[in-house]
Design a protein around this ligand. Structure first.
Ligand code: SF4
Ligand code: SF4
Length: 440
């Protein structure tokens, strides 16, 4: 009875905290400008099924891809078993779903095989990160929290899987001893080996019950803690990858989005019958936000770009194919996404603390330098490589547009080119009248 009450209190607190953080993340994402993305729905479902569910882009590197699929499948499928833990925890029962008979045995046996797969995959991932030091995990932006975040989650998954298997091993031994409460149910292909390895059959039943209970509580508390850790870590992609891929652009990758306001201006210049667009402001968290050309802060990006930032898994596949990064430039598309996310969270914290947005004098530019922005060739290799269809290029070009159109800031070479375009109708420093001189 007491354990059921403790369980319900823990479950309630963890669910409340998780819900509160999810609502906060949603609020932050919606700080972005509105953009309508709901066309070609059947294509979107197909892309989501292929890229998010089928993890097609992960398979570009097949060994890692398969290991990632095992971890992902483990996360989804083993959590079906959490349903039983929840019912048992609330009602004080044990293996409540065992009435399913043979199918239950099949489920528990499969969960065990998957748990072993997840455990081994996480060990391999840890070795790659910490032992082999794969370059993209050791780039400049991957110091401090981002690096420990990945390791924390891998260690947690290993610990959770160990607890699950040990819990079953103790249960298996207790079932063999005919202990009350431990009904004969389930198949234990992995944990039965563990039980033999640790000689569980020679241990006193009371000690075995203690081991089983400790593992059971560790497993469920670990899962509830993991749930709340997700929302403050890069592992949020487990939840956001699906909507993020669904809403991703279906246009050709090299097609840059036009600025509606500028398009409107050009149309009205070409056709006097079309009225020039009027600058519009919008209210965000109690504050009037002026319409800007390009992006100075997160408010100037659209909600999809902010969702991209929150979905980034920090895998670095984008940076590992970025020609600017590969040739030693400062730009790393992963860092662009991490900086955008960090700025968004910073803004969210101000809103939480003050109840409304108060300008803190910072912006995206306080994290992302002009040098990084101008190093981008807009080749879109990063967007192509991203396993969750994130588009760093849109943010980079929007920030550049702000620099050019609102701050009149651009590298000297580009200023010369723009002046030539204006004066000569071409990027070169020759008058139009001299163009054919080379033929003489
Ligand atoms: S589009 Fe820019 S950021 Fe992306 S890979 Fe190309 S150069 Fe790098
Ligand atoms: S933008 Fe995509 S490819 Fe780049 S680090 Fe994030 S998830 Fe990985």
């Amino acid at each position: 009875m007491i354990s059921s009450i403790v369980f319900v209190v823990l479950l309630g607190a963890a669910s409340w905290l998780f819900g509160r953080n999810i609502l906060r993340i949603r609020r932050n994402i919606l700080l972005g400008r509105d953009v309508a993305i709901n066309d070609r729905k059947s294509e979107r479902w197909a892309v989501m099924t292929r890229v998010a569910l089928g993890q097609s882009k992960m398979m570009v590197r097949p060994i890692v891809g398969v290991l990632h699929i095992i971890v992902y499948a483990g996360f989804v499928i083993i959590n079906i078993e959490v349903l039983e833990i929840l019912i048992d925890g609330i009602l004080g029962t044990h293996r409540v779903l065992s009435f399913m008979g043979g199918f239950y045995d099949f489920l528990i046996g499969s969960f065990e095989c998957l748990a072993l797969g997840v455990l081994l995959a996480c060990v391999v991932f840890l070795i790659r990160r910490e032992g082999l030091r794969v370059k993209r995990f050791w780039m400049k932006e991957m110091t401090g929290w981002p690096r420990s975040d990945a390791s924390i989650i891998l260690f947690t998954e290993i610990a959770l899987m160990m607890a699950f298997l040990l819990m079953n091993a103790a249960d298996f031994a207790l079932q063999g001893m005919g202990q009350d409460h431990y009904i004969t149910a389930g198949a234990f292909p992995i944990s039965s080996v563990l039980a033999g390895l640790f000689d569980f059959h020679a241990i006193q039943p009371s000690s075995l019950i203690l081991i089983e209970r400790i593992c059971w509580w560790f497993h469920i508390i670990g899962i509830l803690a993991f749930l709340n850790y997700l929302v403050v870590s890069k592992h949020l992609h487990i939840l956001l990858a699906f909507p993020n891929v669904w809403y991703s652009s279906l246009k050709p990758k090299t097609e840059l989005a036009n600025m509606e306001r500028v398009t409107g201006e050009v149309k009205s210049m070409l056709d006097p019958a079309i009225a020039p667009p009027v600058a519009s402001a919008r209210k965000v968290e109690g504050v009037e936000m002026p319409e800007r050309f390009g992006a100075k802060d997160v408010f100037d990006l659209n909600w999809k770009q902010l969702m991209d930032a929150m979905t980034c898994t920090e895998c670095g596949r984008c940076s590992s194919v970025c020609p600017a990064n590969l040739t030693g430039k400062l730009l790393s598309p992963r860092k662009i996404m991490m900086d955008t996310r960090d700025r968004l969270e910073e803004v969210g914290k101000v809103i939480d603390a003050k109840g409304k947005w108060e300008d803190d004098g910072k912006g995206l530019g306080s994290r992302i330098t002009d040098e990084e922005l101008w190093a981008c060739t807009t080749c879109n290799a990063c967007t192509e490589a991203c396993p969750v269809n994130i588009d760093p290029v849109g943010i980079i070009t929007d920030m550049r547009r702000y620099l050019v159109m609102e701050e009149s800031k651009m590298p000297g070479s580009l200023t010369t080119m723009s002046t030539n375009m204006e004066n000569n109708g071409a990027p070169w420093a020759f008058a139009q009248s001299d163009r054919l001189k080379w033929t003489e």
